[in-house]
Design a protein around this ligand. Sequence first.
Ligand SMILES: [Mn+2]
Length: 358
Amino acid sequence: MDALHLNSNARAARHSAADAGGKPRHAEEPNAATDPVEQILHALRSGERFLVCSHSRPDGDAVGSMLAMGMLLKQMGKQADLVTADRVPPLYRSLPGAAEIRTALRVHGPYDAVILLECDGLDRTRLLGLDAFVQINIDHHVSGRNFAQINWIDCSAASVGELVYRLALAAGAQITQPMATCLYTTLLTDTGGFCYGALADTTFELARDLVRAGANAVAIAREVCFSTPLSKMLLLGAALGNLKTEAQLAWLWVTQDDMVRSGASEEDCEGIVNFALAVHGVEAAAFLRELPEGRIRLSLRGKGHIDVAAIAEHLGGGGHENAAGCTREGPLERATEEILRELRQAVEALGASRPEQA
Ligand SMILES: [Mn+2]
């Protein structure tokens, strides 16, 4: 389950989406002029060549939704180039078409539009040159922003893959087995194996539809959950050896030396913070990683009562309510003290906001 990342709590996400902008972000009336699905379909039908991108350090939802989007475009008779700033993590490389995802620093070409999947802005892709194209933004995060020419942000979706699925149905496309495999992967990873995120009855309907379309749930789970590289397991061992808890907090860390001894790369750090969050009674968790140049990369996770995005923002980073991060100056001890100070305050505030016990 190490590859699974925490996502925003569905109900909290919907609430904040409604509160922040004054109106819910769901599509309202299926009006061709205002319905983002219609707008996107119109853009896809009128163009020929499309660029499909997602965020840097792509996760299961990023990879799976990009691949399914590419397949949809090809089915519509269009050309699609799939590009990310970082390479596809090993556990998603067996997904159909994964080898076609190119890595680049800068993109250029005669594209009619760029489709950005789960990005809150162009910066999230860490790709240069995107501002030259018409932008189509498809996201399911509460932190999603209307930065593009066409924006479809729906926090009720368990994954961006779910939105790609809805788009494919609206386009009248056939959900092929490779497409179903990619889309099921987005669902499995973004819900932590159907444990959290925007889980609704429709999530299970979608899972059923995808299995009916040929997704092999067991095979996909085996790839995603039971294919951990040895380097990552060794790094996890080092991190768990450093696990500390206090009140409703847990934190762990790895030094650059731990990284070298484990033979670990950056992608092996993905998800380690979730092991701290998984401790009984813990409300928020932090993972600190010493970078080669001495700075400290910090990952924060919450179970829904502590807004870790606010804490990360206070420390110069950002993210989602339940999953956020930032980079701090070293040494490790100093960064640990800084984050603990913030987390302790959040726990105290949590205590204060709870009703008195009778
Ligand atoms: Mn996602």
